[in-house]
Structure formats: C-alpha cells, structure tokens
Design a protein around this ligand. Structure first.
Ligand code: G3P
Length: 210
C-alpha cells in the first residue's frame, strides 16, 4: 500500500495558541500531514511548522472592496499551499465553487473539494481540482466511519473517478484507511478522532501503524 495522504481538518475545535500546539503534535508524527486551519491560523501554522497548510475556506473575490471576505491572495501570501472548498459544513453553490476553484488556480493554491455523493464528485472532478474528498455528511463527526458504513460508495468512486480522491467521515483507525486505499483512495480526511483526542499524537501514530 502506498503511503496514504492524511488530512487533518481542525475545523473550529481549537482556537489561537491551542491550534499551534495541536499542529506541533501532528508535525511530530509526520511532516507530510496536511492540516486544514481557520484563516486566522494560516500564517502562524505555516511559519512555525513544516506541515502543509490548507485554509478551510476562501472566497472568489479579487483584492479590493470586499470587506470580510477571504481573498485567495491573502491566504497564499500567509503561507497556505491549498484550500478546502465545499465542505458539508460550508457548502457552496455550483457557481461560486467554480469561480473559487478558478481563482485558486490563478494564484497557485491547491484545491481540495468535498463532495457528498458520486454524482457531485464526478461534476467536481471536471473542474480540474487537485483532490475530490468524498464525505457522506451524515457520517461526519460520528463513530461509524465511511469505510465501515459505505464501502460500496468508496469502491464506486474508485471506479468512476479518474483523478485523485480522498475519503472522510468518522475515520478512527488504521483499518478505515486500509479500506479507503484498497478502493483506490490517495488518503483520508479526518477531524474529531484527532482534534478531540486527549493524546492526538498517540491517536495519529496508531492510525498510521501498519
Ligand atoms: O473533513 C474531515 C471531516 O469532515 C471528517 O470529520 O470528525 O468525522 O473525522 P470527522
């Protein structure tokens, strides 16, 4: 099995100094882990760790009169290498998603775009995104993983998508990762298993254990 790409979505579980603390623990396990952080944390995590930092959201605006929006140029210059878009907790309309992916390409930010179904995944893939991440919304944050509850969905995605895809929702153990990889995923996205753990480092090491 090739090494799985591990994406830890920090969501808004921690704030400020706690975010950096958690990222430092993640970094100890592997520098190859991608962390998805809030916009305000991009600069610090990117400058104080060697993790690959993705911003959890950006807007399709040009620099200028866009009070309160998140400009791709800002996120890029703060040190992000990529962005998340269209998470089930932050869904975008098709039009906005298309424009935002385009803006990210213009400035050289990688795009990890979430999809809840095979139909959405196929449509999103056509935008030329870097990763499609399949997450059935009803399993996000739960105890039962997508690998346990919906292996057939992962298998179907593996057959129908041409590009790289990730799998997420309820990922808790190494077996969850193995199932995803067996069906052709490049890795997994996870959150609560790590962000709410007493010992996130231990949890991550166990997840990666072969
Ligand atoms: O993006 C990953 C996330 O939505 C999955 O969350 O808590 O089910 O691992 P969780």
């Amino acid at each position: 099995m090739m090494n799985p790409l591990i994406v830890v979505n920090l969501k808004t579980y921690q704030q400020g100094k706690e975010v950096l603390k958690l990222c430092r623990k993640i970094e100890k396990v592997s520098k190859d882990i991608v962390v998805g952080v809030q916009v305000g944390d991009v600069y610090e995590v990117a400058h104080k760790t060697s993790l690959k930092v993705y911003c959890q959201h950006v807007d399709a605006v040009e620099p200028g009169r866009n009070t309160g929006f998140v400009a791709v140029e800002g996120v890029k210059s703060d040190g992000a290498v990529g962005v998340f878009l269209n998470h089930s907790e932050h869904p975008l309309t098709w039009d906005v998603l298309k424009k935002t992916v385009l803006r990210c390409k213009e400035v050289g930010l990688k795009t990890l775009v979430f999809a809840g179904s095979l139909k959405d995944a196929k449509r999103i893939e056509k935008l030329g995104v870097d990763y499609v991440c399949i997450e059935p919304a009803e399993l996000v944050g739960g105890e039962v993983s997508v690998s346990t509850a919906r292996p057939e969905l992962i298998a179907e995605i593996g057959k129908k998508l041409k590009g790289k895809f990730l799998v997420g929702a309820g990922i808790h153990n190494h077996e969850d990762i193995e199932v995803a990889m067996k069906f052709g995923a490049s890795g997994v996205a996870l959150s609560s298993a790590v962000t709410t753990a007493k010992n996130p480092e231990k949890v991550l090491r166990k997840l990666l254990e072969k």
